[in-house]
Design a protein around this ligand. Structure first.
Ligand code: SF4
Length: 441
C-alpha cells in the first residue's frame, strides 16, 4: 500500500510535500536562540562553507535584532534563506554544533537562519545597495546560485552586471532541481526578488549562450565573464533499451515535479537507478506523488551509497523500497519500458563482480535514471584556452576562481562537479572578489 494518496489538487500536493523545516515563530526562535552557547572558536562557523558568523546571528535573534541577524547571514551568503532550508545542515553547521558531544539536540541553525531571513524578506528590510558605478561591466552566464552570488557581490562593488539565463526563470537548480518538500518555487523566487530590488540585478532570461559568435560578442562587450553554467542533462547509462518511452533522467523528473505539482501523474510502479542524493529525491518525490511501488536500485551495498544517510531515511520513510547490489543490465519492454533487468553483484577485492545466472527483472512503468549529470564539455570547449580537467570540470585558480582564459571566471557545479547550493554560493562570491582583484590590478 502506498504511504501517500495521489494528490489531485494543490492543497493535497502541499500536504504530501510538507516541508521538513517549517518556519519558526518568534517564541520558538527566542527559545532556540537562548540555547546557543556562543562558543569561542565556534565549530559551526568552520563547518559552514560560506563561514557565516552563526553565534553572532543567533545572538542577534535572541536580542530581537532580526534585521542585524539577517544582515550577518546575507553578508556571508547571498542565498541565506534558500540555504537555511536546503543545506544538509545535519552534516554541516548543525553536525558540528558542540551539543552533539553531549547527547543533546544541536541548535537548529537552519531554521533560525530562515527565521531571520524570511522576516527580512517579508518586511522588506533594506540591507544592501549597489555600489557607485565604477564604469566596468561583467557578463554572467547562468543564473544558478553561483551566478546570483557573483552578481550580488559585484553589484555592491559598483559593477554593471547582466545575467544571461537559458531558461524562462532564473535561479537554476534552486527552482528546477531541488526536491519540492525542501523549498517551494515561491520561496526561491521571493529571495531573488528581494535581492533584485536592492541590487538592481539585470536578468536576461530565455537567452541561451551557445555559439562562438555569442561568446565573442560578450568578450568584446564586457570586462570579465563569469561561467555559472552548472551541469547538463542526466548522463547516459549506455544500457540496451535506454531510449524507450518512460525512461527519464532524475533531474528532468524533479524539474517536472516542480513545474507541474499535482498536474504530474506519476506511474504506478517506479524504478529509480542510483545511490546519490538526487536518486533519493527522485524516489521520495515519486512516492509522495502516490506511486504504488517505488524501488530504489543501487549496484553496490548500502554503505557505499553517495547519498547522505538522512536523505535515504527520508526516502524509506516515504515508502520507498531499496534494492542493493543490483546492477541494471537492460531496460525491457516493447517500445515502452515494462521493467528493468538486473544482475546481482558482489564486491571482491574492492572490485564489483556480477554473479552469474542471478539475473532478474523488476517490473515497472517508469524508470528514473539518477546516475549523474553530463558536463557542459561541448559548450566549454568553445572558449579559447579554457582548460578542463579529465572529468570536464573547469580548472580555476584556488582563491580567485579565475580560469585559464584570464577573462573568464567560474564557480558552482561546472567547477566542483556537483556539490551543494551553499558551495556554489560561496564560489560565486569568491569569483566576484577575484574579478575585482584582476580588473583592479
Ligand atoms: Fe551555538 Fe552550537 Fe555554534 Fe556553539 S557550536 S556557537 S552552541 S550553534
Amino acid at each position: 500500500m502506498p504511504e501517500y494518496k495521489r494528490p489531485t489538487s494543490e492543497e493535497e500536493f502541499d500536504k504530501n510535500f510538507k516541508q521538513k523545516k517549517p518556519l519558526m515563530n518568534k517564541t520558538e526562535a527566542f527559545f532556540e536562540s537562548s540555547r546557543c552557547l556562543f562558543c569561542y572558536d565556534a565549530p559551526c562557523i568552520k563547518a559552514c562553507p560560506t563561514g557565516i558568523d552563526i553565534p553572532l546571528f543567533i545572538k542577534q535573534i535572541h536580542t530581537d535584532n532580526v534585521k542585524g541577524s539577517a544582515k550577518t547571514i546575507f553578508k556571508s551568503n547571498w542565498l541565506g534563506n534558500a540555504c537555511g532550508k536546503i543545506c544538509p545542515t545535519g552534516v554541516l553547521c548543525e553536525g558540528a554544533c558542540v551539543y552533539n558531544h553531549q547527547d543533546v539536540p544541536p541548535i537548529q541553525i537552519g531554521r533560525l537562519q530562515n527565521y531571520a531571513t524570511a522576516k527580512a524578506m517579508k518586511e522588506d528590510f533594506k540591507l544592501f545597495k549597489a555600489g557607485d558605478d565604477n564604469g566596468k561591466k561583467v557578463a554572467i552566464i547562468g543564473s544558478g546560485p553561483a551566478g546570483i552570488a557573483c552578481a550580488c557581490e559585484l553589484r555592491t562593488m559598483g559593477y554593471a552586471v547582466d545575467i544571461y539565463e537559458a531558461k524562462e526563470k532564473p535561479t537554476g537548480l534552486t527552482v528546477y532541481g531541488i526536491a519540492a518538500y525542501k523549498i517551494t518555487n515561491e520561496e526561491v523566487l521571493d529571495e531573488l526578488e528581494y535581492l533584485k530590488k536592492q541590487l538592481d540585478l539585470n536578468f536576461i532570461c530565455n537567452h541561451p549562450i551557445e555559439t562562438t559568435e555569442q561568446l565573442q560578442k560578450l568578450e568584446t562587450d564586457y570586462d570579465a565573464i563569469f561561467l555559472g553554467v552548472g551541469l547538463g542533462a542526466t548522463a547516459s547509462l549506455s544500457l540496451p533499451g535506454e531510449e524507450k518511452e518512460n525512461v527519464v533522467g532524475a533531474v528532468e523528473f524533479i524539474e517536472e515535479v516542480r513545474m507541474q505539482h499535482a498536474g504530474l501523474k506519476v506511474a504506478d510502479r517506479v524504478v529509480v537507478i542510483g545511490g546519490g542524493n538526487t536518486a533519493m529525491d527522485a524516489a521520495s518525490q515519486s512516492a509522495r506523488l502516490g506511486a504504488e511501488k517505488v524501488t530504489l536500485a543501487y549496484r553496490r551495498g548500502k554503505d557505499r551509497m553517495g547519498a547522505y544517510g538522512f536523505e535515504y531515511d527520508l526516502a524509506i520513510s516515504a515508502g520507498v523500497e531499496s534494492l542493493f547490489e543490483a546492477q541494471p543490465v537492460e531496460i525491457v519492454g516493447n517500445g515502452k519500458a515494462t521493467g528493468v533487468k538486473f544482475v546481482k553483484t558482489q564486491s571482491k577485492d574492492g572490485k564489483l563482480e556480477y554473479i552469474d545466472g542471478s539475473e532478474f527483472v523488476v517490473d515497472c512503468d517508469l524508470v528514473i535514471k539518477a546516475t549523474g549529470q553530463a558536463k557542459q564539455g561541448k559548450f566549454l570547449q568553445m572558449i579559447n584556452g579554457l582548460e578542463l580537467d579529465r572529468r570536464n570540470k573547469i580548472v580555476v585558480k584556488e582563491n580567485t576562481y579565475q580560469t585559464t582564459n584570464e577573462k573568464y571566471f567560474a564557480g558552482g557545479d561546472a567547477v566542483n562537479g556537483g556539490a551543494e547550493v551553499v558551495n556554489a554560493a560561496f564560489e560565486g562570491k569568491m569569483a566576484a572578489k577575484g574579478i575585482e582583484a584582476w580588473l583592479d590590478s
